[in-house]
Design a binder for this molecule. Structure first.
Ligand code: TYC
Length: 118
């Protein structure tokens, strides 16, 4: 394929330029290039055996909630059966579920934690 010789700048020198002086003009993109990633909520489920203090600790430790918010979320789960701990990208949500389940099993609690499309 024939290669075009370098072109002179099309903009007169006295006018404001957008290019790099080599004849190349950078076009501004009008639309977003990438979609935001799909998000997943990590949901904790109620049970009759896991201590409330353990659930609050999990919300603080793994979901970075302050004590008051963690307590509110725990009580919501306790009363309503389930509650959202946080919303994350797929890999982060999956890792949080694994870490929470591992911590619960280590401590001997039946706590359940799942992820679902947000
Ligand atoms: N229902 C539990 C109790 O009375 C407390 C609890 C809260 C357990 C939230 C799990 O995800 C949970 N000890």
């Amino acid at each position: 394929m024939p290669v075009d010789p370098p072109q002179p700048p099309v903009t007169p020198p006295e006018t404001p330029r957008q290019d790099d002086g080599q004849g190349a003009v950078v076009a501004e993109r009008k639309t977003a290039k990438t979609e935001p990633p799909p998000m997943y909520q990590v949901v904790m489920l109620n049970d009759d055996y896991t201590p409330m203090e353990f659930v609050v600790m999990v919300l603080q430790e793994y979901f970075k909630r302050d004590l008051e918010t963690a307590t509110q979320i725990m009580l919501k789960i306790h009363h309503e059966g389930r509650g959202v701990c946080g919303v994350y990208t797929k890999d982060v949500a999956a890792t949080k579920v694994e870490l929470v389940l591992a911590a619960a099993r280590r401590a001997g609690h039946p706590l359940q934690c799942i992820m679902e499309a947000a």
